[in-house]
Design a protein around this ligand. Structure first.
Ligand code: 5RP
Length: 227
């Protein structure tokens, strides 16, 4: 196992220890979240899980975990999810796994959100990881031009790229497309978040601001807690 994987696993296992029987738990998406799901499944608690993607739902179901749709349970007690970058004030970039919309819906419906990551994800300024932006497929090239305008308003003169896999555009679980914007440095994430949300055709973006309550960061010397 690589060092990064060992750190992801340690963070996932530390987060699983936060869960108590009777909780409604939001399950994130990605390789780090998968460690959390496996560790939680192994504890065999009486919990109800709300998943942020079809992939996570498949994993959780394979472990025999009880699943419910968002909105079918009482409020979610705790959501645990990974991130692509963890910046100042627990600002995050998410969406590397194309699940940002369902993730944000679940996060916003949760009393408490804990982000788990390996140490390399912690950055002084967000933006080295290209920011994922989810757009509806209809007219997406026009929407991409409007996204360029929104980025320039924030002094980010870059063109977002349509995410492709095996020669085809990547589709999210909801059937939307993802554009990735290589911002470099996002000095004012809140302004960028507002500018992107104002573009018709943009469903959401991977900036998660003021949503994480705590970060559990796997590091060579153990799991560090950031609040
Ligand atoms: C999926 C996400 C993931 O949480 C993020 O991409 C981190 O993934 P990983 O844990 O595999 O590094 O936001 O949309």
């Amino acid at each position: 196992m690589s060092d990064a994987d060992a750190q992801k696993r340690a963070a996932g296992e530390a987060a699983a220890a936060l869960v108590e029987s009777g909780m409604v738990v939001g399950l994130g998406t990605g390789s780090t979240a998968a460690w959390f799901v496996k560790a939680l499944g192994a504890r065999q608690l009486d919990v109800t899980c709300v998943c942020t993607s079809e992939a996570t739902a498949q994993l959780a179901a394979s472990l025999g975990m009880k699943l419910a749709e968002l909105g079918e349970t009482r409020e979610i007690d705790l959501t645990v999810d990974g991130a692509d970058e963890v910046g100042p004030g627990l600002s995050l970039i998410k969406g590397g796994g194309a699940a940002l919309l369902r993730e944000k819906l679940v996060w916003e419906a949760s009393k408490r959100c804990v982000v788990i990551a390996d140490a390399a994800k912690v950055v002084p300024t967000l933006g080295k990881f290209a920011l994922p932006i989810e757009v509806v497929a209809f007219g997406h090239k026009t929407t991409a031009l409007r996204i360029c305008d929104a980025l320039s308003e924030c002094d980010l003169g870059i063109a977002p790229r349509l995410r492709m896999k095996d020669g085809q555009p990547v589709r999210t679980d909801g059937g939307n497309l993802i554009y990735d914007a290589a911002c470099g440095r996002i000095e004012e994430p809140a302004a960028l978040a507002d500018a992107l949300k104002s573009v018709t055709g943009v469903v959401d973006h991977g900036l998660f601001l003021d949503l994480a309550d705590q970060a559990l960061i796997g590091a060579p010397d153990g799991v560090h807690v950031l609040e």
